[in-house]
Design a binder for this molecule. Sequence first.
Ligand code: NAD
Length: 409
Amino acid sequence: MNLFDGALQQLARATVVSPISDALHQRLLKPEREITVAIPVGMDNGTQELFEGYRVQYNSLRGPYKGGIRYHPQADISEVRALAFWMTMKCAIAGIPMGGGKGGITVDPKKLSKRELEEISRGWVRALYPVLGPERDVSAPDVNTTPEIMSWMADEYQKLTGDTRNATFTGKPLDAGGSEGRGAATGAGGLYVFEALKTKTKLPTSVTVAIQGMGNVGGNAAKVFHQHGHKVIAMSDSKGGIYSEKGLDPDAVEIYKKQNGSLKGFASAEETTNEELLELQCDILIPAAFENQITKQNASNIRAKVVLELANGPTTTDADDILFKKGIHVIPDVLANGGGVVVSTYEWEQNLKNEHWNEDEVLGKLRKLLERESLSVWERSKKLKTDLRRGAFALALERLEEALEHSRS
Ligand code: NAD
């Protein structure tokens, strides 16, 4: 099953416990618009290469499309469509005035020079700028896209359109109009969601955490959990991971990886594979890398008490059912990793109002919002006697239904 079919399967399962109108159902089965573009890039060796880029504008019932841009060799339109669908749900769950979108380029950015990377990023904007804009479609970082890439894109958009509001791309560096707190927002948001549900999921005050992936999301999550007194017992990147029963210092792990290119040989830790990491005994397992990591093949081996999904789509539907039967709470991506899009929306708002909020203000607002919506999701799942994913979808669907009603009146 491809990722988009999996996403629609989640929708179908949610509508069984929380029925929706036929009109809304139809609107959610397909994106409103999807675009594939060819991006020409003059390579350093003098040749020209064409790369495929995408933007999927899934749903705008609640506001402008909002969603990140992913650079990955396996990125394709179907993956981007699934991610754009989830953004629609995520923005509705967070209650922010945004619809759902997502973008991508099929490329391995590690094989590009910095100049080529800038060229491809500006090329994506040149190909798509007529359908972007603060009131139309607002982009952000995702896998392999950095604040610097966002600043190139913002600059290109401004050159092409003359729009100086700087609110079409979020996740920019601070000195280029970015928001305080955006870098850590997805990881910090994960902690706030976990803390809001900690007593409900019967977890102790201080927990052990295993984290798969140490990019923007996983790396920041490790630091934030560590700073709040939790014990990070495992971390990994694409090449493998490390485990220490005594706990790891995420800052030291990050420095080690920068110096050595991998986690191999990190002092006083055992090596582990990404597959083994998922099955470690711990309180919280945080998948923060890619989709389809917890499947029917390994779900029965998961020993965590809670799975906090900071990656998008890490758990398949079959695995959801196995984990639910085992009494493992899965805090779904559409709630757990919403911190990124919420702070992106704060950035958009600050840019439009020409304001700059301090980090305490940004993270304070984020925490309040995620605490409130986490409890709303929990209540719905209890009322509907279902898992948290269907509880979260139920909340999103109520809000989308309301938006559809307003759009007709
Ligand atoms: P990133 O590019 O910064 O980092 C990805 C990390 O995953 C890297 O550490 C990489 O080494 C690791 N990785 C790659 N392949 C792996 C594998 N097979 N096993 C284990 N680790 C692997 O990306 P990111 O922005 O941190 O995004 C990670 C996930 O979080 C994605 O699913 C993304 O859609 C989701 N997400 C990102 C944001 C955001 O604000 N960046 C917001 C919400 C959700």
